[in-house]
Design a binder for this molecule. Sequence first.
Ligand SMILES: [Zn+2]
Length: 93
Amino acid sequence: MQRLWGRKISDLAFGEFIQILEWVAKKKHKQVVFIDQWYPSTKTCSHCGHIRKKIDLSVRLWRCPECQLVHGREDNAACNIQAVADLFVVDSQ
Ligand SMILES: [Zn+2]
């Protein structure tokens, strides 16, 4: 587990973790972006934007009924979260 200021991340309260994350981001001229906790990152096809009504936790791979692309659950969610975050990141250059 990665250590942060001599403490494990898992030992921090979530609010404390966010404070440290924002402090480090500011120091490194980075931006922390928060997205809606209910954003359907897992159920949305990162290729065409189709949103499935439901996806069980046991489903690790799924095929989009619209574009037929096969998605890994976590990789697809990560792509969707990155796409949402990219909308809010201010280009500092
Ligand atoms: Zn699709």
